[in-house]
Design a protein around this ligand. Structure first.
Ligand SMILES: Nc1ncnc2c1ncn2[C@@H]1O[C@H](COP(=O)(O)OP(=O)(O)OP(=O)(O)O)[C@@H](O)[C@H]1O
Ligand SMILES: [Mg+2]
Length: 228
């Protein structure tokens, strides 16, 4: 089943001589439960594409459908709510709240959305992401890899339909990057999550089921990968 679809997407920044065509007519379908990596050189349009697909940046043309609903045809309140309910985000800079401990960070988005925390499920994620010993630690007591695992747990906690990750290992050394990505893959498989991840690291992209290569605002390669 297709969970997310982008149709004829274009995104331009700036005007006249400063105009940049960041995305040039991209169409894409994302299969539910798949792990998709978006790769390409710096400035090729990876983040722009991710942000457009996640309802964060309105394209100049084209449509994005999440579970059949057109993101940019609904009002802002509805889109905000839909993002909160159905999307999880993991970024390069972990965006954790330093005055809160690990578990508080993980459940914060659920509280903000006035929803009930599924404690059993959250504990399971914490376990899978190897954060059990750090459940009550503060953010400054964690390594970069641990911080990113907290950010992943936070993204998963509200059981989103899809997770968007932009360079989730961009701030980590090679060893922590591998660990974080392997754990992300384990949870993705276990809960049949859909993940779209931008990375410029080919080793990291290798965990994905599918690799989309972007160059100059266009998809130049779309490869399925055999991955158990
Ligand atoms: N807010 C913005 N205003 C103006 N131009 C922008 C903006 N964001 C991105 N761009 C331009 O759009 C193009 C695509 O940028 P984008 O951030 O999508 O690339 P990227 O592939 O994610 O690069 P990187 O690997 O460096 O993160 C670049 O030429 C960039 O300079
Ligand atoms: Mg980027």
């Amino acid at each position: 089943m297709i969970i997310l679809e982008g149709k004829n997407l274009r995104k331009t920044y700036g005007y006249a001589e400063n105009k940049v065509d960041a995305i040039k007519n991209i169409s894409i379908e994302i299969e539910e439960g798949s792990f998709v990596a978006v790769v390409g050189t710096s400035g090729s349009g990876k983040s722009t594409l991710l942000h457009v697909l996640a309802g964060l940046v309105k394209p100049n043309a084209g449509k994005v459908y999440l579970q059949g609903e057109s993101l940019y045809d609904m009002n802002d309140d509805r889109l905000t709510r839909l993002r909160r309910r159905k999307m999880g985000f993991v970024f390069q800079f972990f965006n954790l709240i330093t005055t809160h401990n690990v578990i508080e960070n993980i459940v914060l988005p659920i509280h903000l959305d006035n929803r009930q925390v599924d404690e059993e499920y959250v504990d399971e994620i914490i376990d899978l992401l190897k954060l059990k010993e750090k459940k009550y630690a503060f953010i400054h007591e964690l390594s970069g890899g641990q911080q990113q695992r907290v950010a992943i747990a936070r993204a998963l906690a509200s059981k989103p339909a899809i997770i968007f990750a932009d360079e989730p290992t961009g701030n980590l050394d090679a060893k922590s990057s591998q660990e974080v990505i392997q754990l992300l893959k384990i949870v993705q498989r276990k809960y049949h999550e859909t993940v779209i991840m931008v990375t410029h690291d080919e080793m990291i992209a290798n965990v994905a089921d599918r690799i989309l290569r972007i160059e100059d605002g266009q998809i130049i390669q779309d490869t399925a990968q055999k991955n158990e």
